[in-house]
Design a protein around this ligand. Structure first.
Ligand code: HEM
Length: 547
């Protein structure tokens, strides 16, 4: 009976138009031989790729892992684990200070060990960052061949375009009058915007990310570009929002440009606006930073159209990370009432009130905010530890024996993922997954965790030169909010933290997947005149290099 059912069903499936077992067997044999050929080819390809992987891997290179499907396993892992991929790998290969991943066309050397980080960073003439910036100039900003030839002419020495660019602009971003002026002008824009909210005489509701993004975009670009800031034109602000989210995909350079038609149009619109800004000499009324920036590009002979295009890259550095960092800072300070209270009590100590022409003027001393507000500063650092996701990368321009032990092959990419350090129990303790706003407050005599493991602004020669500008801007913005407003969820309920799975990995800070609605409720005294003073020099020291 069973035999008849099986026979009938086979014959029906394989010879529905009639015919007996002989026809069925012929059909099965043909199908199976095709299947067998396919399996055979797959097996041969697999064996070939596996052998190729092993034979082209030098035994002195860091141990090779994730090879189950040669060249594809790491990609599958990256898609599966997304931002958690490198911490997952660290947990799996805990005893490996550094390991190799092989992807089609590239070797990735991933650093797990905190001790190896300074060793990598010291090799800045062999393990280079400038090729990464040069690639961004090409694929994300659309630089011309002429400009790219200038940039790529020398990626190694101090005189090369990229290294000399950092040297030329860094002083304008380091502690001193130029930086104070940048921060002072940014804070003027923020203060006047807060004044407008207070002047309405009622609480303001807002989508928190959108609101902070607009405030920081205006404050930062006004202070950098001056009175002719191209971003003051709402069409250009809208163009930035169309172009910015595609930068990561442009960097990957796998899809044709027509797939990003609208973003490329927006990029060209911004480049033209910046070109006009440049040829009209408007930078002369901007910050010292943008003057040094422009002088460097002009002195190296970068064509005018490209200067417009590269301003888009400058914009990215200025705002792409500052905005989400400010978002998380406000979220973390105001979503925990005990943190709000401690921070508010701290920043109140930075305020002096004086009467000028019958008006009460409140002056916030920037130096006190940076020096004497331990909970505020610790929350800021914890924001970087928990939400920071910088993947510092370097490209080897020749074979190099790292730490005298690990062969880094020419063309290979060394990567130091911040999350591997920031989520290490060995460094931060068992509660590493928890956001602890007071984690960075040290009691006298208590040792601090290894500062090298704090990677929020990268490190070594490519340590972010904009860190002081961004830090002061975000701390003072948060302080002003604490002093003048309560920030609450608009529906009167609990704060709900947005997920971050869709974060663009071109950025060093997680971005919220969706916005949250808030209410800004003015406090008593919010309607006084508020200003910031920059008397006294010095910056908050948050990274190993500044300590
Ligand atoms: C919270 C805000 C910011 C964060 C989290 C941040 C983070 C970073 C990180 C992680 C790096 C890479 C370092 C490496 O790979 O070793 C970097 C580099 C850089 N950042 Fe920032 N940054 C911020 C704000 C700024 C600002 C406001 C500016 C501009 C004035 C700026 C300009 C740069 C530049 C030019 C580099 C490249 C350095 C080089 O080529 O040597 N950044 N930043």
């Amino acid at each position: 009976m069973l035999y008849t059912v099986v026979y009938t069903s086979i014959v029906e499936r394989h010879a529905p138009d009639g015919g007996g077992l002989d026809i069925v067997l012929t059909k099965l044999a043909t199908t199976h031989s095709t299947l067998a050929t396919a399996i055979g080819s797959l097996a041969a390809t697999y064996i070939f790729l596996y052998a190729f992987l092993r034979l082209t891997q030098d035994e002195k290179e860091p141990p090779l892992v994730s090879t189950a499907v040669p060249f594809l396993s790491p990609l599958i892992g990256m898609v599966k684990w997304s931002m958690g991929f490198y911490t997952h790998m660290r947990d799996k290969y805990r005893d490996l200070p550094i390991y190799t991943l092989r992807l089609p066309g590239i070797r990735l050397y991933i650093v797990n060990s905190t001790n190896l980080i300074p060793v990598v960073q010291r090799q800045w003439r062999t393990l280079l960052f400038p090729p990464v910036s040069a690639r961004a100039s090409e694929v994300a900003m659309g630089g011309s061949k002429e400009a790219l030839d200038i940039i790529r002419d020398d990626l190694v020495t101090d005189n090369g375009f990229m290294h000399a660019f950092i040297k030329a602009t860094q002083p304008a971003l380091s502690s001193g009058p130029a930086l104070d002026e940048l921060n002072g002008n940014a804070l003027k824009v923020i203060t006047s915007s807060l004044d407008e909210i207070v002047a309405q005489g009622r609480p303001k509701t807002a989508s928190m990310f959108d609101w902070i993004r607009h405030e920081f975009l205006m404050a930062t670009t006004d202070s950098v570009y001056g009175p002719h800031n191209p971003l003051r034109n709402p069409d250009n602000e809208a163009a930035w929002h169309r172009y910015h989210p595609t930068i990561m995909f442009l960097m990957l350079n796998v899809l044709p440009l027509w797939a990003f038609r609208s973003a490329i149009k927006a990029r060209d619109q911004l480049a033209k606006a910046f070109r006009d800004y440049h040829i009209n000499g408007h930078y002369a009324q901007g910050s010292i930073y943008i003057q040094r920036w422009t002088e460097h590009f002009v002195s190296r002979g970068i064509p005018t159209d490209d200067i417009g295009r590269f301003h888009n890259g400058g914009m990215f550095a200025l705002v792409a990370n500052t905005i989400p960092t400010a978002f998380w800072m406000v979220y973390r300070v105001f979503s925990d009432p005990s943190v709000t209270e401690d921070c508010r009590n701290e920043v109140l100590k930075a305020v002096t009130v004086k009467e000028e022409d019958g008006v009460q003027v409140c002056t916030v001393r920037a130096r006190t905010i940076k020096d004497s507000c331990p909970t505020l500063i610790s929350t800021f650092q914890e924001v970087f530890r928990v939400h920071g996701m910088a993947n510092s990368v370097r490209l080897a321009n020749e074979d190099h024996l790292l730490d005298g032990k690990y062969l880094i092959k020419k063309g290979g990419m060394v990567m130091m993922p911040a999350r591997v350090q920031h989520l290490s129990k060995d460094i931060w303790g068992e509660d590493v997954e928890v956001f602890n706003a007071r984690r960075f407050i040290r009691k006298p005599g208590e040792p601090r965790p290894n500062p090298v493991a704090f990677r929020g602004f990268g490190g070594g020669t490519t340590l972010c030169p904009g860190r002081h500008f961004a830090t002061t801007e975000i701390l003072l913005f948060t302080a002003m909010l604490l002093l003048r407003f309560d920030v609450l969820p608009a529906d009167g309920g609990e704060w709900v933290m947005p997920t971050t799975e869709k974060s663009s990995q071109a950025e060093a800070m997680e971005q919220p997947d969706h916005d949250i609605e808030i209410e800004l409720r003015p406090l008593e005294g919010a309607d006084r005149k508020w200003r910031v003073s920059f008397d006294g020099t010095g910056e908050a020291a948050l990274v190993a290099e500044d300590l």
